[in-house]
Design a protein around this ligand. Structure first.
Ligand SMILES: [Zn+2]
Length: 109
């Protein structure tokens, strides 16, 4: 999936800070980071701005939501829930289990 098709699918809003920068400043964020064996498949991708993508590093979704709130940002939980719901239906058990766990944790924040 190209970055352009991801933006077409999800819109141009960063899931972390809610910003809508120029498309050139948007990246394909891995919900389950590649370093945690997340793959580059459509259901594991969400739109994030470059600054957030870099700042998040390999934090799990909910850990980064908490960090963002501590820094005074309000992450787009609605977008994250939609993205995690999509990932929870992945054919990959690792992806699906991660998404289900993050969704449950997100509910309890
Ligand atoms: Zn952002």
């Amino acid at each position: 999936m190209t970055r352009e098709s991801l933006i077409t699918r999800d819109g141009g809003t960063c899931v972390w800070c809610g910003g809508a920068p120029w498309p050139a400043d948007l990246t394909a964020e891995h919900l389950l980071p590649r370093s945690r064996r997340g793959r580059t498949v459509p259901e594991n991708l969400a739109v994030a701005c470059r600054a957030c993508n870099k700042r998040r590093r390999t934090k799990p979704v909910v850990a980064y939501v908490r960090a963002q709130r501590q820094d005074g940002y309000e992450p787009r939980v609605d977008l994250l829930q939609g993205a995690l719901a999509r990932l929870s239906r992945s054919v990959s058990p690792a992806h699906a289990e991660y998404a289900q766990r993050q969704l449950a944790l997100l509910d309890r924040l």
